[in-house]
Design a protein around this ligand. Sequence first.
Ligand SMILES: [Zn+2]
Length: 484
Amino acid sequence: MNFKQTAQADFKDTSNVVIGFVGKEEDALSPLPTDLASQVSQWRTAKWVSPKEGSVTPLLRGEGSPVMLIGVGDTLHLTENKLKKAATAIASVLKQSQQKSVTVLLDNLKVRDRTQNWVVTKLVEWTLTGAYNYDTTKSEKNTQYTTEHFLLAGDGEFEEAIRHGKALAHGVNVARELGNLPPNICTPTYLAEQAISLADRYSPIHTEILEEAEMEELGMGAFMAVSKGSDQPGKMIIMHYKGAGDDVKPHVLVGKGLTFDTGGISLKPAAKMDEMKYDMCGAASVFGTMSTLAELQPKINVVAIVAAAENMPSARATRPGDVVTSMSGKTVEILNTDAEGRLVLCDALTYAERYKPQSVVNMATLTGAIVVGLGHHPIGLYSNDEGLQKDLVAAGQKAWDRAWPMPLWDDYREEMESPYADLRNIGQGPAGGSITAAIYLSEFTKDYTWAHLDIAGAAWTSAKSGATGRPVGLLTEYLLSKVG
Ligand SMILES: [Zn+2]
């Protein structure tokens, strides 16, 4: 689909659907031709046209372009969430109308405290993510939109905003697709293949894969403690995005890629265990962000590390009570084999030191505790650096993919003490479980500026829509803010 700006909408072309917005306020109708506007005004009084958020009213017209009005509620000065609903409604029009071109009337569509370019970026992004529909493993495919031209009618220069929105949507949909794929397909090996194909497609990216033998040699005993119980070989996937000179130190992203998490010997209950295919959504967001960067090509260096493994119970699996030595040299008493994300991550985080990074941000569906604490909206954010924390909060606000700061206080450190090792892999009880997980990780990140995003509440929903693609938006805005 081709996105383009146009000064004025064509209301005569019958192969073009015009999409306008209707609120309770009168001014909404001004971009419509006068005769149509006055007709709509009457219909609205008669309640034939609904200003209800997300509703779509097709206007019956004798001739010219079909017109669809999307309800946006009280006022055309929207909130971000209302704009997202409107974009989702546009996506549903795309899927249903099967017209060659669609024109969206941007005049009057405003979001409080946001520029018109921001509105365009998000409208493009959310329309394209709204049109995504998983069908890869279904024999009968979903209806895809056939629209070739997507026109944005309004004043301004939107070319860059459109490019940005398309790249974000591409990355978010890459992350959603990887998240939604079943765990018998999306294995650590599959993820490694995706990294190789990303490097084949985009010249600024190159990929290296560390196999288990190399990880053993590097002393990644914590990673191997998770991976060794599975017949699927674990992979440490490293992708380099090079947009700046060799002397520019990289920002590093680290993603938890548990392609399936049974809990290991500390087996999870059966109910909803299928959802543990989403335990690689941190990794998925890394792939999504790298895809977005590859399209936008900012002048920045990024290294992305994906710790990909499967957590299975078997005769080779780690026992509760086992003590292992991590790559950092620290020994860890593994008291619960279901707290495995932090085990694969701690070795990836130690590995990241070699890049002398400007910052390291890791993403992990790490704890159920963060879902209890924050629900499904904000991402739990922990950092050992106030500046980085502020930057990530701001990036989340910009992307409308928000994170909320959590305490990384040493008060919690005592809970991680073990009589048998340098630290244990879980706190003393369920209280503050997301925080003690972050405390564990912080033991391995003392040498650089670091943040941890606990995305267990944000990365997927139990609903049909599945993986959300978060936090591709936040990460992209953060990295773009570091350019030059
Ligand atoms: Zn687990």
